[in-house]
Design a protein around this ligand. Structure first.
Ligand code: NAP
Length: 290
């Protein structure tokens, strides 16, 4: 299958290039293609005629989006729509990546694809509108909601690195710090997500999917497990989500755990538990305890 990967130097894009055989993939960075440029999208899609486009590009600066709705909607909605329309023109499929933030957190048990989204922020509204733009344009689409990504390339959209890298750096600095212990989600290794995208996109099982590593934890629990796996004893304290949420521009859900219900229904939910995925990530980074 011939893939076109958008956002190829991002956290997820980098891992997609590791799992999709080189001869099957055309990687495109933002320098090669800005997805908000409709003419360029159509030009490159017509030129290369991919069978499957994977859109990992996103405006992910959640707080900045509150004062830059236009920027967030341009990438997360219009960019996604451009790709879906171009894919439809040539009969290609599209994998589009969305987020656990489309939910409000009020449910307090794992969210399935059939649960009603209730976005709390501009970023979340733009991601939900992006899902709707893709689903409304293209039948041959996979919309994949995921959560708390960690991968070796780090999230470019958030200035590089990820939560795990930053908590290790803080721990090694030796100064006191705190981590939120009452906001729960499903941390997900981009290598595992990339493998699942590669597998799912070769099927005809189009639709909306939650794809996360199994289980759930708070940011505090994720930090504790990280230090345990790298063999460091670090003292840090739990903090409250309500305090963080009051201090940031964007409101976030206190609970956004996802259940891979659709993936399970189609017999493809072999995602491993997040602690195993974290262990594999730390090994790949070369920071796991020997
Ligand atoms: N990170 C998370 O925890 C998380 C959680 C849930 C969902 N997601 C979603 O998962 C997807 C991938 O996340 P990630 O962590 O891999 O993000 P990332 O590291 O920021 O990668 C995104 C890539 O898209 C590119 N890009 C941004 N705007 C673009 C545009 N207008 N046209 C073309 N390319 C553009 C970026 O390039 P430049 O940096 O050069 O602009 C970057 O290469 C995103 O859609 C995000 O919303 C992420």
């Amino acid at each position: 299958m011939k893939f076109m990967v958008i956002g190829a130097d991002g956290q997820l894009g980098t891992d997609l290039l590791k799992v999709i055989p080189m001869e099957e993939v055309l990687p495109l960075t933002a320098a090669d293609l800005d997805i908000t440029d409709r003419n360029k999208v159509f030009e490159l899609v017509y030129k290369h005629k991919p069978e499957m486009i994977v859109n990992t590009a996103g405006y992910s600066r959640v707080d900045e989006a509150e004062s830059d709705a236009e920027g967030a909607f341009a990438v997360n909605v219009e960019g996604a729509r451009n790709l879906a329309q171009a894919a439809r023109e040539i009969g290609a499929g599209l994998v589009h990546i969305s987020t656990d933030y489309v939910f409000s957190g009020k449910k307090n048990s794992p969210y399935q694809e059939s649960d009603r989204p209730e976005p709390l922020s501009v970023y979340a509204r733009s991601k939900l509108a992006g899902e709707e733009a893709v689903a409304g344009t293209l039948n041959r689409s996979f919309i994949i909601r995921t959560s708390g990504l960690f991968g070796v390339a780090g999230c470019l959209g958030k200035g590089g690195g990820n939560f795990i890298d930053s908590v290790i750096a803080k721990g090694k600095m030796g100064r006191p710090f705190s981590v939120v212990d009452d906001q729960f989600f499903s941390p997900t290794y981009t290598m595992d997500l990339a493998r699942k995208i590669s597998q799912l996109s070769r099927t005809e099982k189009f639709g909306l999917f939650h794809v996360v590593n199994h289980g759930a934890c708070s940011w505090y629990e994720l930090a504790v497990k990280t230090f345990e796996l790298i063999g460091l004893t670090i003292n840090f304290s739990p903090s409250r989500f309500a305090e963080l949420n009051a201090a940031t521009a964007a409101k976030r859900p206190s609970y956004s755990v996802l259940d891979n219900a659709h993936l399970r229904a189609v017999g493809l939910d072999d995602m491993r538990p997040w602690p195993e995925a974290l262990s594999a990530y730390l090994l790949e980074k070369g920071v796991a305890a020997q």
